[in-house]
Design a protein around this ligand. Structure first.
Ligand code: C2E
Ligand code: MG
Ligand code: MG
Length: 418
């Protein structure tokens, strides 16, 4: 940081003075640690450092930030091409295999570049931008380096604003739960609701959960937010049951794997049920398939505890992730929710139809039931019924509704048989 500060000072005092920061992250280094142990991992990092060091020019200095992350300070540079040329040299240094035990391993790196000039105020911003550019390089498989640019600056700013707004949204009570009915296909009657969160900004603008849930997860905000969602959903369902609109109705709540990866989660569920008086059997939890494979051990522990409390579990967006079937079989799962992408293409595309069919028979042979998401037409309904799917959810029945409208719907006791 001291050397970065000095470089920045020079840039501020000398018109046209530029330098560059390279942020180098070894790809898949965790794999080496996990397969060969940390001692071998450390040895390889030393070897990487030696190789990088051997290819430096006099104006370049190498640092290790931590883990498998290195930075290179190029001070000064004549043009950004100097920085790009340096990435070639670093890549070249990694091109020979590394010897680990009896294996030969190949390693690659993703590199982000920020160009230091008097536009920057603080040295940490240069590092942050090089880091952002590195992520952008990593995300694009075909490129190995990226130079921080204005579009990335714009995205970073938007993200920072979103985070700041999200932080306040919970206190300012800008979240609402909407409710979408889940229908028993055989009877056409409402079996329960899925609670879906909505963020309504003070200016009336609505932000999709698809945009903010992942950010809330990164920020850790999903924990207090998730507690609120759980309690509010339980409270609402208990109120509806009290109104005698069906004590057998269930409420499905989406939970993030970040919540499930904490043993505390079980207590929080107990507490939400206790405080609202909702029966255990009325609550269902939904977990997205693609997240299930992360953090397997802790998640499995929490799920096991939930099973012992007889709280049913659904796997959401099934078919889009990569579940290992043996793992799935060991989890206490009651319901698979077929991702709506398959349902929506069912009538025109034989592959989608076959996937839906396969998921239904997989579920049934594992003693699970099936909810089809994204039922948008009567034809979807018919096809799903024929395939033996138990439940459906989608715009053909109803869009997600505010609580009042959902209560009206319940009161009118709809029957949606095709
Ligand atoms: P999801 O759990 O798979 O929810 C179903 C999504 O499909 C909802 O989008 C719903 O509005 C939409 N949908 C329902 N029927 C149809 C249909 O017939 N056609 C189409 N095109 N879409 C339909 P939504 O509400 O935007 O939620 C998106 C995702 O955000 C959810 O997917 C879920 O993963 C996440 N999410 C929503 N609420 C929460 C929450 O309270 N907590 C957490 N952790 N995640 C949530
Ligand atoms: Mg869901
Ligand atoms: Mg879904």
């Amino acid at each position: 940081m001291a050397q970065l500060t000095e470089a920045l000072d020079r840039a501020k005092q000398t018109p046209g003075y530029t330098f560059a920061v390279l942020f180098v992250d070894c790809d898949r280094f965790k794999l080496i640690n996990d397969s060969f142990g940390h001692l071998e991992g450390d040895r390889i990092l030393c070897e990487v450092a030696r190789r990088f060091h051997a290819c430096l020019r006099p104006t370049e200095r190498l640092f290790r930030l931590g883990g498998d992350e290195f930075t290179l300070l190029l001070d000064p540079i004549v043009s950004p091409n100097d920085a790009i040329e340096a990435t070639d040299r670093l890549k070249q240094a990694l091109s020979k295999p590394f010897e680990i035990k009896d294996c030969q391993m190949f390693m690659d790196a993703s590199i982000g570049i920020s160009i230091g000039s008097d536009r920057y105020q603080r040295p940490e911003d240069l590092l942050r931008d090089a880091d952002t550019a590195m992520y952008s390089a990593k995300a694009t498989m075909s490129i190995s380096y990226a130079v921080f640019n204005d579009a990335m600056r714009e995205q970073t700013m938007q993200r920072l604003h979103l985070e700041a707004d999200l932080r306040q949204a919970l206190e300012r009570q800008e979240f609402r739960l909407f409710y979408q009915p889940i229908v028993t296909l055989a009877s056409g009657k409402i079996m329960g609701f899925e609670a879906l969160i909505r963020w309504i900004r003070p200016d009336g603008k609505r932000i999709s959960p698809e945009l903010f849930i992942a950010v809330a997860e990164d920020m850790g905000l999903i924990l207090p937010l998730g507690r609120w969602i759980l309690k509010e959903a339980c409270r609402q369902m208990q109120a509806w049951q009290q109104e005698a609109w069906g004590s057998e109705l269930t409420i499905s709540v989406n939970v993030s794997v970040k919540q499930l990866a904490r043993l505390m989660m079980v207590d929080e569920i107990d507490q939400a049920l206790l405080e609202t008086g909702l029966a255990r059997s009325s609550l269902k939890l939904e977990i997205t398939e693609s997240h299930l494979m992360d953090n397997q051990q802790v998640v499995a522990n929490v799920l096991e505890k939930l099973r012992s409390r007889q709280i049913p579990l659904s796997i959401d967006d099934f078919g889009t992730g990569y579940s290992s079937l043996s793992y799935l079989h060991r989890l206490p799962v009651d319901i698979l929710k077929v991702d709506r992408s398959f349902v929506q293409n069912m009538h025109q595309d034989a592959d989608s139809r076959n996937i839906v069919k396969a998921i239904i028979s997989l579920a049934h042979s594992l003693n699970m039931k099936v909810i089809a998401e994204g039922v948008e037409t009567e034809e979807h309904y018919r096809m799903l019924s024929e395939l033996g799917c138990e439940f459906g959810q989608g715009y053909w029945f109803s869009r997600p509704l505010p609580a009042d409208d959902a209560a009206h719907l319940l009161k009118s006791r709809p029957c949606w048989l095709p």
